[in-house]
Structure formats: C-alpha cells, structure tokens
Design a protein around this ligand. Structure first.
Ligand SMILES: *Cc1c(COP(=O)(O)O)cnc(C)c1O
Length: 379
C-alpha cells in the first residue's frame, strides 16, 4: 500500500524539542511556566495589534471562556456561523444558551452580513437581543470583517472571532484573531501550527486576558487558602506543550508559504478542468493562510462525476480528502435551533471537498495526487 497522504498533518520545525527539554531540565512540568509566557509573547508579537494572549488547553476552551466573559448565560441567544466545525457552536450549549445559525455568503463561504442583520432584527423583534456573534474564518479565509463588524457595531453586539483555522491570515493587512472583541486560536494536531492540542484567547485589554486566565485556573480568589467566588475551569495550557508552540512559531510564516504553494498547485491543476472551482481569495483585501484548499465539483459540468466520486477515487489511492464542514443547522444535535439564510452553505457542503494541504507534502506526494486526479478527470 502507498504511504498515506493526509489532509493536514503536524509539521515540526526542529526546535520544538529543545523548548520541551528546557521545561524538563528546569522542572516546569505544570500548566504555567516560561514556555507558556514565551508562547503568549510570541503570539502577541506576531498578531501585532496591541493584544493580550492567554494560552489555553484548546480552542474550544477559548470559545467557552470568551462566551463567559461576554456574559452569555442560560436562556441567552448567541449568533453563530452555520458552516463551521461544531466546536464553534458547542460552547453556546455549555452555557445553556441558544445558538442562532446564519448562512454563508458565496464569496468567502463565511457568515453572510445580510443574513446576520436579518437575524438580529428578527430576534430583537421576538424579544431577545443576541448576546454575541461568532463568525469564523473558514479554512483560513477571512470573513468580510468590515461588513460583519459594521452590523455588530450598529446593534452593539460583541464579536467572538473564531480564528481557529486562520492564524497568519489577514484582512486589509490586519491579522485574523484581532478583529473581534475577543479572538480565538487553535493549535490542535491538524491546524496551521500545533502544540498537539491547545488554543488561545486573544483579548483587547490586559484585564480581559487576566480574567480568562483566572477562569482557566479554577477561579481562585486572592487568599492563602483555596477560596472561590465564581465557577472555575481547568483550561490553562501546559508548559510542556507551550514549548512545542514556541518552536512552531519559528516556522509559522514558512509553513504558510508552503500551504499557499499547495493552493497554487491546485489552482494551476484545475485551471483547465471543467466543472471544478478552487476556493480562493475574492480580492486583494483577503490573504488566506490556505490552511486547507477546497474545491467545488459541479457534476453538471464534469460529466456526472461528483465530489463523493472524487473522494472515493482519492481514498482508493490512500489519499485523504474530506467533504466541507456540514452546516450546523443541518446537524441532528442543532436541528431545533433557529436558522437564518438560504441554501448557500448547504450547496457548498453538497459539492465541496477539502484536498491534501499540509506544509509537509513532498513533490512525490504532489505527483501522486496529480496522477490520481488525471485518472479521475481525464480518463
Ligand atoms: C479546530 C477548531 C475549533 C476548536 O479548536 P480545538 O483546539 O480543536 O478545541 C473551533 N473552531 C474551528 C472553526 C476549528 O476549526
């Protein structure tokens, strides 16, 4: 059997183990220490927007704490992009609040600003003003930050920006993760950089970062004994995995360039394949890290070949590919929650496929992918 080609797999730069070794050598084997502080500083410098970063155990934890800090409580409503990974929406349920799902726009595949405003107007008319908005930069593609923030500001609703897939992406030269009142990053195993598992909350003030770290470390009051006035969580990042993060930061921009080269490889390949469209930046305001390159397959123009046919053809050659995120409003678990918009995200889901996009793919891997695509589309 051929070696497996993954959609997106961890890609170490080489210095990660040095930082981890340092943690062992100095016995900082705990959810605090020099690597945690250093990784936070690296991220703050990289985001370059006067932000304060709190390193956490996962992106999901960052979304959960973000909602708590924004005051989301039982019975509240929170607006969320429908087309996303379920981790964007699950923390709304942790708070016993109701997600209000919004369709995508065709250009960015992210939250449609028009459907967002319709939803806000209708929810307010029904008697409940949404407490927060969670837009997502899907596959690294920035959402239309200008339009989304304009609606959010008009109705004075805070934005919790899910930038889990978009570290290094920019919109109008501003880094993703710095647009919302609170931003969220993820360092899970398949993301643009990884700490094996981890995440971060990006705050606009030191107070908010400190509050996040307070909640993440069991909400201990300032007392010699263990005293608690608020419910706490165990969400802080370990000093061991933060060492991996410090090493990964050294190669982040190099790995983004490699992902973008993978994207160019697909753009070139599909230029003359009828019925296949590569998802790419709508204009130069957008710069995607191209965490994953995705395509849309239109069976009416490919002689009936569907994205599922292609997925199976790649799979038979041991090449991983994956349908787009199934929209949340179509998920059994969220079936009873309100949804605003049309069928854009549903159509994207039906026709879209993510292709191998890792920064560690080799020329040999690309040759195998190309051969398999040739066999599928040209024979
Ligand atoms: C990965 C991801 C998350 C969750 O991050 P974890 O670190 O895996 O908890 C949230 N939202 C989106 C869009 C993601 O892709």
């Amino acid at each position: 059997m051929n070696k497996k080609i993954w959609l997106s797999s961890p890609h170490m730069g080489g210095t990660e183990q040095r930082y981890v070794q340092e943690a062992f050598d100095t016995n900082w084997v705990a959810p605090l220490g020099p690597n945690v502080n250093g990784f936070e500083q690296d991220l703050e410098t990289y985001l370059n927007q006067n932000v304060f970063v709190g390193a956490l155990s996962s992106g999901t934890a960052a979304i959960h704490l973000g909602l708590i800090i924004l005051g989301v409580k039982a019975g509240n409503e929170v607006i969320c992009q429908s087309m996303t990974f379920s981790a964007s929406a699950n923390p709304i349920k942790y708070q016993c609040a109701t997600p209000i799902f919004i369709d995508s726009e065709a250009e960015t595949w992210n939250m449609c600003p028009k459907a967002l405003e319709e939803a806000i107007i209708d929810r307010i008319a029904k008697g409940k003003k949404p407490k927060a908005i969670i837009p997502v930069h899907l596959y690294g593609m920035p959402f239309n930050a200008e339009a989304i923030l304009e609606v959010a500001n008009k109705y004075q609703i805070p934005v919790l920006e899910d930038s889990a897939e978009a570290l290094g992406s920019t919109y109008k030269n501003q880094k993703c993760g710095t647009f919302g009142d609170i931003g969220v990053l993820s360092f899970n195993g398949n993301k643009i950089i990884t700490t094996s598992g981890g995440g971060a909350l990006v705050a606009k003030t030191r107070e908010i970062k400190d509050k996040a770290v307070f909640f993440a470390t069991q909400s201990r009051d300032n007392a010699p004994h263990y005293q608690h006035s608020e419910i706490g969580y165990n969400y802080r990042m370990s000093n061991i995995v933060a060492g991996i993060g410090r090493g990964q930061m050294e190669v982040l921009d190099k790995h983004i360039a490699l992902r973008r080269a993978m994207h160019d490889f697909y753009l070139t390949y599909f230029k003359d394949i009828k019925g296949v469209k590569v998802f790419t930046e709508p204009n130069t305001d957008y710069f995607s890290n191209h965490w994953l390159t995705a395509i849309l397959v239109n069976p009416e123009q490919t002689g009936g070949k569907t994205r599922e046919d292609l997925r199976l053809a790649l799979d038979s050659e041991n090449i991983e590919s994956r349908p787009l995120w199934k929209p949340m409003h179509l998920q059994p678990i969220f079936a009873n929650d309100p949804y605003y918009g049309g069928t854009i995200s549903e159509t994207l889901f039906n026709n879209g496929l993510c292709l191998p996009s890792g920064s560690n793919l080799t020329n040999e891997d690309r040759d195998r992918i190309k051969l398999t695509l040739d066999k599928f589309f040209r024979e």
